[in-house]
Write a protein that binds this ligand. Sequence first.
Ligand SMILES: *[C@@H]1O[C@H](CO)[C@@H](O)[C@H](O)[C@H]1NC(C)=O
Ligand SMILES: *[C@@H]1O[C@H](CO)[C@@H](O)[C@H](O)[C@H]1NC(C)=O
Ligand SMILES: *[C@@H]1O[C@H](CO)[C@@H](O)[C@H](O)[C@H]1NC(C)=O
Ligand SMILES: *[C@@H]1O[C@H](CO)[C@@H](O)[C@H](O)[C@H]1NC(C)=O
Ligand SMILES: *[C@@H]1O[C@H](CO)[C@@H](O)[C@H](O)[C@H]1NC(C)=O
Ligand SMILES: *[C@@H]1O[C@H](CO)[C@@H](O)[C@H](O)[C@H]1NC(C)=O
Ligand SMILES: *[C@@H]1O[C@H](CO)[C@@H](O)[C@H](O)[C@H]1NC(C)=O
Ligand SMILES: *[C@@H]1O[C@H](CO)[C@@H](O)[C@H](O)[C@H]1NC(C)=O
Ligand SMILES: *[C@@H]1O[C@H](CO)[C@@H](O)[C@H](O)[C@H]1NC(C)=O
Ligand SMILES: *[C@@H]1O[C@H](CO)[C@@H](O)[C@H](O)[C@H]1NC(C)=O
Ligand SMILES: *[C@@H]1O[C@H](CO)[C@@H](O)[C@H](O)[C@H]1NC(C)=O
Ligand SMILES: [Zn+2]
Length: 528
Amino acid sequence: MVWLLKVACLLFLQLLYCGTCAAQGSTLFQDAAAVISFNDSTQSVQVFYNTSVLITGDTIASIFPAADNFPLPVNTSIIPAQGKIISPGFVDTHRHLWQTAFKTLGSNTSLAEYFGRYGEFSLTKTVYTPQDVYLGQLTGIYESLNAGVTSILDHSHHTWSTETALAGLEASIDSGARVWWCYTFHNLTNATWVASYDREAQVNDFLSLSQNGPWINSSVVSLGLAYDGWTVESPVLVKQIMDLAVSQNVSAVTTHYLGGPWNYANSPTVLNNLGFLNISIPIVFSHASYMTVQDAALLRSTNQYISITAESERHYGHGDPSSPYIMDHASLGIDTHFTYSADIITQARLWLQTVRLLFYAQVLGNWQIAPNNPMSVNQAFLLATRAGGLALRRPDIGVLVEGAKADIVVFDGTSPNMLGWADPVAAVMLHSNVGNIEHVLVDGQFRKRDFSLVVPGNYSQTAKDFMASARRIQSIWEQTPLPVLQGAWPYQAGVNYTDAITVNVLDGSSNGYSRDSSWYESGSDFNY
Ligand SMILES: *[C@@H]1O[C@H](CO)[C@@H](O)[C@H](O)[C@H]1NC(C)=O
Ligand SMILES: *[C@@H]1O[C@H](CO)[C@@H](O)[C@H](O)[C@H]1NC(C)=O
Ligand SMILES: *[C@@H]1O[C@H](CO)[C@@H](O)[C@H](O)[C@H]1NC(C)=O
Ligand SMILES: *[C@@H]1O[C@H](CO)[C@@H](O)[C@H](O)[C@H]1NC(C)=O
Ligand SMILES: *[C@@H]1O[C@H](CO)[C@@H](O)[C@H](O)[C@H]1NC(C)=O
Ligand SMILES: *[C@@H]1O[C@H](CO)[C@@H](O)[C@H](O)[C@H]1NC(C)=O
Ligand SMILES: *[C@@H]1O[C@H](CO)[C@@H](O)[C@H](O)[C@H]1NC(C)=O
Ligand SMILES: *[C@@H]1O[C@H](CO)[C@@H](O)[C@H](O)[C@H]1NC(C)=O
Ligand SMILES: *[C@@H]1O[C@H](CO)[C@@H](O)[C@H](O)[C@H]1NC(C)=O
Ligand SMILES: *[C@@H]1O[C@H](CO)[C@@H](O)[C@H](O)[C@H]1NC(C)=O
Ligand SMILES: *[C@@H]1O[C@H](CO)[C@@H](O)[C@H](O)[C@H]1NC(C)=O
Ligand SMILES: [Zn+2]
C-alpha cells in the first residue's frame, strides 16, 4: 500500500511539474547493500540495507526495499548495485578552484609565504590568462568530481579582469558540478602597481554577470559574492558590497576569517555590527580560526556557518583552535587544492581525529583516562555532507532522502580496503579512498560512471591543454625567488615573523632540530 501511495504521488508530481519527465529519464540503483540516508524525526544518520534508489530528472524520487515490487517509470535505466554503498554527494564550502596549475609547488609553503606567492594579489594577477584560469578551474573541479565532491562553494578570486572572471565562471558551468561561484571584489592596486581592473570595473562586471551571465541557464551553478575587505576598506565601499549582495540576491556570501595574530578579522561580530549577518543570504566564514565566544553565539542566533578546512589549517598553520566548539554551525572545505588532497572525506577524517585528540587530551592532561570517544563517524559524515548543504541554506543538498537533489556517490563496498564492513558510514569515513568511487551523479546526471569521469568535450585534449598551461605557469614561479619574510607581520601591529622549529628525520642528535631540545624537555609547548 505504501508504495502504491508513493507511485500515485510520484505520477501526480510528474503531471504537476513536468510534462516531459519521461524524456528527463529515470535511473534505478537496484539493490544496494546500503544507502546512507537521514531521518528528520531523529535528526540522525539512517542506513537502509538491501535498498534501491530511484532518480527521476534531478531528484531522488524514491528509496525503497529492494525486495518490493516497485513499479518503475517508463524507460528507467537499471544499474545493479549489489555490494555498493550509496551516499549523498560531499559538500565543499571553501575553495579557490583556479589554482590547479600550482600543483605540488606549495608542498612546503606556509600561509605567510602563500599570501605573497600564490594568492590573488601575487604575480598571479599579471601572469594568468583567461585560458589558464579556465583550465585550472575545470581540472580542479574534475579532481573533486572524481572524488565524490558534488557541491563546491568557490571563493573565486581569479577576478583580475573581465576576461579572467568570465573564464572561471564558464569553466564552472562546463564542469557539470554544482558550484556557488562567488565573484570576488578585491583591491588589486598595491604600493607599486596600479590595476586597471578597479572597483568600478568590478562592479560593472558583477552586475552584468548577475543579470545575464552564462550561469542564468544553468540548473547547478549560481552566483555568489566573496569579499575580505570588511575591516580595511572605507564604510562607503563596504556598504556598496552589502547593497550589491542584497540587490542581486546572491546565492551566498563568503569571507576569510582568521583572527588571532593573523588579524584578518572578517568575523560574525564585524558583519553583525554592519547589520549584515541576520539576513536571508547564507554567509560562510572560512577557517574562523580564532573565532570568539561572541562570534559563536551570533552564528547560532543568525543560523550562519563556518567552513573548517582541516588540511589547509594544518598545512599552512592558520590553526583552528576554536572550531571544535562550534561544530553545530560548521561545514567542511578544501581551500587550496594545489597543496594537498581535494576530497572531502580526507578533510573529514583529519578533522574527526583532530577533535578526538583535543577532547581526549583535556582528560589526559589531568592524568585521567576517557573511556568514551568524543566524536562519532556519523557526526563526521554529517559535517561532510548535510552540514554543507545547511551552510548554504539548501536542505535539499547533502542528504539522500526522497525529494532531495540527486547528487549521489556510489562506493564499491567490495574493494579490498572496504571488504568486510558492517557499518557503511564507518566504511566510507575511515576505510574508503577515491579509487572506490564507482559512480558520481550531480543533479541526476552521471559525472563519473564505472570509475571514469564523464565530462563534456574531450578529456584528453583538456588534459593536454592544461599541462601546457601548468608548465608555463610553473616555470615562471620556479624562477621567482621566495619572498623574504622578516620583521613585522604587516597586518597587525605588534606581531612579528618568527621561524617555527624545523625537524630533520635523518639526524638523531638534538641538533637535527633547528632549536635545542630544552623546549621539549620543559614540556611547555606540549599541548594540543
Ligand atoms: C526511451 O528511451 C529511448 C532511448 O533512450 C528513447 O529513444 C525513447 O524515446 C524513450 N521513450 C520514452 C517513452 O521516453
Ligand atoms: C525515522 O525514525 C523514526 C523513529 O525511530 C521511525 O519511526 C521512522 O520510521 C524513521 N523513518 C524512516 C523513513 O525510516
Ligand atoms: C541483505 O541481503 C543479503 C543477501 O540477500 C542478506 O544476506 C542480508 O541478510 C540482507 N541484509 C539485511 C540487513 O536485510
Ligand atoms: C621543500 O623544502 C626543502 C628544504 O627546504 C627544499 O629542498 C625543497 O625544494 C622544498 N620543496 C618545495 C616543493 O618547495
Ligand atoms: C604589486 O603588484 C605587482 C604586479 O603584480 C608586483 O610586481 C609587485 O611586486 C606588487 N607589489 C607589492 C608591494 O605587493
Ligand atoms: C586600493 O589600495 C591602494 C593602495 O593601498 C589605495 O591607494 C587605494 O585607495 C585602494 N583603492 C580602493 C578602491 O580602496
Ligand atoms: C539562456 O537560454 C536562452 C534560451 O536558449 C538564450 O536565448 C539565452 O541567450 C541564454 N542566456 C545566456 C546568458 O546564456
Ligand atoms: C532570493 O533567492 C532565494 C533563492 O536563492 C529565494 O528563495 C528568495 O525568495 C529570493 N529573495 C528575493 C528577495 O528575491
Ligand atoms: C534575526 O532576525 C529575526 C527576524 O528576521 C529575529 O526574530 C531575530 O531575533 C534576529 N536575531 C538576531 C540575533 O538579531
Ligand atoms: C581527443 O583529444 C586527443 C588529444 O588531443 C586526440 O588525440 C583525440 O583524437 C581526440 N578525440 C576526439 C574524439 O576528438
Ligand atoms: C617585534 O619586533 C620589534 C622590532 O624588532 C620589537 O620591538 C618588538 O618587541 C617585537 N614584538 C614582539 C611581540 O616580539
Ligand atoms: Zn581560502
